[in-house]
Design a protein around this ligand. Structure first.
Ligand SMILES: Cc1cc2nc3c(=O)[nH]c(=O)nc-3n(C[C@H](O)[C@H](O)[C@H](O)COP(=O)(O)O)c2cc1C
Length: 289
């Protein structure tokens, strides 16, 4: 039991990956999602964000392919592409002959990233309250040039995340495992968990990720572990996994679940995309190196 429906929607929400493609999000509901996004707190109240609404099936199918070939994406009847948007502010300041820092200030970029995500999360909660389910799609970071072209994003508009929305196929969605709140909240000062608590709590939470130590899994694990931690580290981990018979959830995370090599190698491309969106902060960073 929850004390009120707001808390229920915040706590019982769970990501949906099976949408009812035959039911569009009603325009009257979309109205409230827009209002919820606009109502979010944001640094300086400049509201440096925009959302591109995608309804068309063809575009949704294109998004599904572009974002790691995740097929369920096309089934969601509505997508919102959440973007940092400093264009409105910059144009206004130019018109008013006012000095403007939004291209050059990393702190403004940083705050606008937070503002954009707060607005997006407001949409998620508002949607829940209307019976509309959602799924964030983070892979847009790999497709910035294509998104820029397809959605005609002008300079100083940078895509951050995609939000798939729609009615779920089933109201019965099993909640994902979460850490106990005591591990996330620290009273007055940060307090580390003991090694034993850490292994127990995170091990239990991520237990379903455990994978057999078969030849294919070990080969992939060893390749990525060698790249990230060196040959000795990787060989020891492989020997232990062989003896145990499985790769632990922690070992699977940045090897078999997410490819750690790609996650590191994409850094430079990400900075370049931010720069190509018109933000000079990435350039400053390179100049400092
Ligand atoms: C920034 C971000 C990016 C995400 N990207 C994806 C994605 O590309 N595909 C997907 O299926 N889920 C994605 N998710 C959903 C997460 O996997 C999900 O939130 C997480 O497993 C916790 O489950 P829950 O939302 O049901 O509590 C993303 C979530 C966030 C916040």
């Amino acid at each position: 039991m929850y004390p009120n429906s707001t808390l229920k929607h915040l706590i019982a929400r769970t990501t949906c990956r099976a949408f009812d493609a035959s039911r569009d999000v009603l325009e009257s509901d979309l109205h409230w999602l827009r209002r919820a996004a606009a109502g979010g707190p944001n640094g300086g109240n400049l509201q440096p964000f925009s959302f591109v609404e995608v309804h068309e099936k063809k575009t949704r199918e294109w998004l599904a392919k572009e974002c790691g070939n995740q097929k369920f994406i096309a089934q969601a009847p509505l997508h919102l592409l959440a973007c940092i948007d400093w264009r409105r502010t910059q144009r206004w300041m130019k018109l008013e002959k006012a000095p403007c820092v939004v291209e050059d200030s990393f702190s403004m970029f940083w705050v606008s990233l937070q503002d954009t995500l707060i607005a997006t999360q407001n949409i998620v909660t508002a949607a829940e309250s209307l019976g509309i389910a959602s799924c964030y799609i983070g892979m847009v970071y790999k497709s910035v040039p294509a998104l820029r072209e397809r959605f005609a994003l002008p300079p100083l508009v940078h895509p951050v995340v995609l939000l798939a929305l729609g009615y779920p196929h089933s109201q019965e969605r099993s909640p994902s495992a979460k850490l106990p709140t005591e591990t996330i909240f620290h009273r007055e000062k940060y307090a580390d968990l003991s090694d034993a608590q850490l292994s127990e709590l995170l091990g239990v939470k991520h237990a379903p990720l455990q994978q057999p130590a078969n030849a294919e899994n070990l080969r992939k694990f060893q390749e990525i572990a060698t790249y990230l931690g060196g040959a000795t580290f990787a060989q020891q981990a492989v020997a232990e996994a062989q003896e145990r018979g499985f790769l632990t959830p922690a070992q699977v995370y940045f090897t078999l679940k997410y490819n750690g090599i790609s996650l590191v190698d994409v850094n430079e491309a990400l900075f370049e995309e931010i720069r190509l969106s018109g933000f000079q902060v990435a350039k400053n960073r390179c100049a400092a190196e």
